[in-house]
Design a binder for this molecule. Structure first.
Ligand SMILES: [Ca+2]
Ligand SMILES: [Ca+2]
Length: 176
């Protein structure tokens, strides 16, 4: 096994088999197959999403890991917060109060194809992706206190998975 830095892609003739690692193996094989944009993004962290009120209200921003390429993805006067990248890096889930109460939204990582996934008068916030990218967990107050809910990517199948009178927060969906 050979672990290489991506600068070595400029001299691929020296390598007939390479492996990219980032905690776990990203890809192995010939240089041309391993050094794809997607594999490099997974290896080097790619872009960072965050929420910021630098424009006067909160927006979902993305920036390259070196600080370049700062982009406002939402540009909406409501608050847009709590961004979460999908596992494949192609989409970002977030929460916004643009429809008069907090709902979960998802958009492509360039800000296009915005969709609202929840439609409930209670607050729905803090989305996080399942490891396979097929579902979202989030915090909802629709039972009167904060609970962890799970739903499909089209907003269907919303299920309360905590069901406890105390307030349940800060969900992280692990891969076990
Ligand atoms: Ca906003
Ligand atoms: Ca809501």
């Amino acid at each position: 096994m050979l672990v290489v830095h991506h600068d070595l892609q400029t001299v691929p003739e020296y390598f007939d088999w390479v492996t990219l690692l980032n905690v776990r193996r990203i890809a192995s094989g010939p240089v041309a197959q391993v050094f794809t944009d997607e594999n490099l993004r997974q290896t080097y962290g790619g872009r960072i999403a965050f929420d910021s009120d630098r424009s006067g209200d909160y927006e979902i921003m993305v920036v390259n890991a070196d600080g370049s390429g700062m982009t406002n993805l939402t540009r909406h006067p409501a608050w847009d917060v709590s961004p979460a990248w999908s596992p494949d890096g192609r989409r970002i889930a977030f929460s916004s109060d643009r429809d008069m109460n907090w709902e979960i939204y998802v958009m492509d990582a360039n800000g296009s194809n915005l969709m609202r996934l929840t439609d409930d008068p209670a607050d729905d916030d803090h989305p996080t992706w399942s490891p396979d990218g097929s579902r979202l967990a989030f915090v909802s107050w629709r039972t009167g206190d904060a609970e962890i809910w799970i739903m499909n990517l089209d907003g269907s199948g919303a299920t309360n998975v905590t069901n406890h009178p105390a307030e349940d927060w800060d969900v992280v969906w692990g891969e076990w």
